[in-house]
Design a protein around this ligand. Structure first.
Ligand code: RAM
Length: 349
């Protein structure tokens, strides 16, 4: 079985209970932004204002990460505002970064749609004193202070390759339905998946990687096209919560249901009906609420001067405990977790 499968269950279950459905407040957290936020964030007692900038709005994964960040901000007495584009395209986040810099927020917490395209804007914000924390999808390391990584690329790639191999008997054609073509996180995972397939699964052939742009309809259409183009297709890996949910919806009412395997990274709430109806047997993820929570605490540690973001620095992240900054300013949340019919009922996010 998978070494990753049972780890962290307790922590995830505990968070599942506390996160629940409290995803409502994505706007201003009480304060009206006029509190000054702290010039450069070194004002000791000044309330930290955080701007949360996901890849795009309307994705339950990011709703959950924002709710975790809000919980953290409530705990340390900061304010949080979520802003973001409707499309997960390379430059769509630039104007939001510029606005946050003009507002003089203390920290920007961002999941990047492209490793380089937002760097100039981030550099300007940084020069204006804004602490820059990436989470979920990184920029090039010199464009930010810290990256809060959900799990290692190796761990995330391996769990998905292991799942598809098990689901298709370790042989046959597979395809990948990814997010946007420039997404740092998905691209890193896909590269590692290719290496693992080549090294350990000689009878699995990856025929194509297609991009649904983290848009539901595009992902749905790309799924249909894949099945038409490759009649021998045995499985699809979708390393995006938007993609896997759209692909599952397509498969669930098609002739391919139960015949073409689907796995990848999904949220339990979006995937539940497809696990229950037999379209999907198992998929993986981490807890997005924990990721947002940790990112907000990291932003606070930077803004208060508790850490500079150097390798070896450590900081406290509330209920999650103590974390250390690793090489290249990366802070690691944990490991991916596998969801299936036996455990999906334990989770609510
Ligand atoms: C989507 C986004 C996000 C990714 C998850 C797995 O929600 O692409 O960046 O981490 O899927």
């Amino acid at each position: 079985m998978f070494g990753l499968q049972r780890k962290g269950r307790m922590a995830l279950a505990a968070v599942a209970l506390t996160v629940g459905v409290t995803l409502v407040a994505t706007g201003c957290a009480g304060g009206n932004g006029g509190d000054g936020g702290g010039d450069g964030g070194d004002g000791g007692d000044a309330e930290l204002s955080i701007t949360m900038l996901p890849k795009n709005l309307g994705n339950p994964y990011f709703d959950t990460s924002t709710s975790g960040a809000q919980e953290a901000a409530d705990e340390f007495g900061g304010t949080l505002e979520e802003v973001g584009p409707t499309e997960a395209s390379p430059t769509s986040q630039v104007s939001y970064i510029q606005t946050a810099a003009q507002q003089g927020v203390g920290a920007l917490v961002v999941s990047a749609n492209d490793p380089e395209a937002i760097c100039d804007a981030l550099d300007e914000a940084s020069s204006a004193g804004v602490k820059i924390v990436t989470f979920d999808s990184d920029t090039n390391p010199d464009c930010r202070d810290l990256f809060i990584n959900q799990a290692t690329a190796e761990g995330i790639a391996k769990v998905q390759v292991d799942l598809i191999a098990e689901q298709i008997g370790d042989a046959g054609q597979i395809a990948v339905l990814s997010a946007s073509a420039n997404a740092t996180n998905q691209n890193a995972w896909i590269e590692t998946m290719k290496e693992l397939l080549a090294a350990d699964h000689p009878d699995i052939e990856l025929v194509e990687v297609v991009y649904g742009d983290d848009d539901d309809q595009t992902s749905f259409d790309k799924t249909a096209a894949l099945l038409q183009t490759y009649p021998e297709l045995k499985g699809i890996i979708s390393p995006t919560t938007v993609g896997i949910a759209a692909a599952a919806r397509y498969l669930s009412t098609s002739e391919y249901k139960g015949k073409v395997a689907l796995t990848g990274l999904g949220t339990p709430n979006q995937m539940r009906e497809y696990v229950e109806d037999g379209t999907v047997t198992a998929f993986a993820l981490w807890n997005p609420a924990d990721l947002g929570y940790l990112a907000a605490f990291a932003a606070q540690a930077l803004a208060t001067g508790e850490i500079a973001g150097e390798e070896g620095d450590s900081f406290e992240a509330g209920k999650l405990g103590s974390y250390e900054v690793g090489a290249d300013g990366v802070v690691l949340l944990g490991e991916p977790y596998v969801f299936d019919a036996d455990n999906i009922g334990d989770f609510d996010f």
